[in-house]
Design a protein around this ligand. Structure first.
Ligand SMILES: [Zn+2]
Length: 362
């Protein structure tokens, strides 16, 4: 821990003071708020993301919508916003006919859009002297971090190709890359994207929904080999509350993050809220770094129909009723993933504000 992001912050974020994740945690009274689902929120606004690029498809069709959703999350109280690059890969852009140069420019654009949202937000804060507007928007001047999202190789394959469908389905659903896959392949797949995102002005890299140990190892080695100048977090995906989605041990995955000095936080995302408590306890055994969690809404996903099954998850109130417990057992960063909305984040903001205002009972 302790990597300065001072010299790598984007020029468009001149209004924010250089920040490190530990500073942010101190600023926010030890629990910082991550934003909520991006892709599913873009869909709620009418975007059609049925595309190999998923949320990054909006870069081509409606970048203003991405900026709007980032802003909505900031106004709901998020301290960290995650870029639309989850499924934006150079390979994916090239498959659509873009040149390498244009593909790299589009990756940078994901970061620039989040930085623009942050600048607009700071401007709005400046115009208001209170911490919240009459309409309930949180307009509190605070340091905000932009996290550049990196999704897994399996996420890139999802929807991407009809051929080798069975094999791809196994990789996507089970997160298991099989014996044919090796570390060097994964590093080669991610290398350029990680370099570009690290130099694009983001404050940290969010390796999200990591499905297995091999990919965590690839990320850790890449961070070192490329001497990436901004810190990173590793966020794993579990579907059973015990292991990561491939069946690899979460404890061993957390240990990989623990051993990499460029990793500043470790945790879980896109996993149903009911599993989070036990997963935090496991992560805690493997790391001394801050623990982050941003669960999905708990709704189930129908992989055949490629849609979420409505009303199978928890309400925002139920989601929030878990938040204090998660913090009590060790979460330092809390937010939401797929199918959570600015309302979820607003509710988290309120409950955490009450928590820091209350006399300490612990
Ligand atoms: Zn998700």
């Amino acid at each position: 821990m302790g990597l300065s992001i001072a010299e790598t912050s984007s020029s468009s974020s001149s209004s924010s003071s250089p920040m490190m994740l530990p500073d942010l945690l101190r600023q926010s009274g030890s629990v910082a708020i991550i934003d909520g689902g991006l892709a599913t929120e873009l869909e709620r606004h009418g975007a059609d993301l049925n595309d190999p690029l998923w949320s990054a498809k909006c870069l081509l069709t409606s970048p203003h919508l991405i900026r709007r959703v980032h802003l909505d999350y900031l106004e709901a109280g998020a301290d960290i916003i995650i870029t639309a690059s989850y499924q934006a890969t150079i390979q994916g852009f090239e498959a659509k006919g873009f040149s390498q140069e244009d593909s790299e420019a589009m990756l940078k654009r994901c970061v620039a859009i989040a930085c623009e949202a942050r600048d607009i937000y700071y401007e709005n804060c400046r115009e208001l002297s209170n911490d919240s507007a009459d309409d309930g928007r949180v307009l509190k001047h605070r340091s905000i971090l932009v996290a550049a999202s990196v999704g897994s190789y399996g996420a890139y394959l999802a929807d991407g190709s009809e051929y080798r469908k069975v094999e791809i389905l196994l990789i996507v659903i089970l997160g298991d890359y099989g014996n044919a896959m090796d570390l060097e392949f994964l590093k080669a797949f991610h290398r350029r994207r990680v370099q570009i995102l690290a130099d694009a002005g983001a404050d940290l890299i969010a390796f999200e929904t990591v499905p297995n140990k091999l990919e965590a190892q690839a990320y850790a080695q890449l961070l070192e080999e490329e001497d990436i100048k901004i810190p990173a977090w590793f966020s794993f995906n579990s579907k059973d509350g015990v292991d990561v989605v491939s069946g690899d041990s979460l404890l061993e995955c957390a240990a990989i993050a623990e051993a990499c000095k460029k990793v500043v936080a470790v945790g879980i995302n896109c996993t149903p809220p009911r599993f989070i408590h036990d997963l935090i306890l496991t992560v805690k055994k493997g790391t001394t770094k801050p623990i982050l969690i941003y669960p999905n809404s708990g709704e189930s996903y129908d992989a055949d129909k490629k849609e979420w099954v409505q009303n199978t998850g928890v309400s925002d109130d139920d989601f929030v009723s878990y938040v204090n417990t998660w913090c009590d057992v060790g979460a330092s960063l809390v937010g939401g993933c797929c199918r959570t909305t600015p309302n979820t984040i607003r509710a988290i903001y309120k409950t955490l504000s009450n928590r820091s205002a209350a006399p300490s009972l612990k």
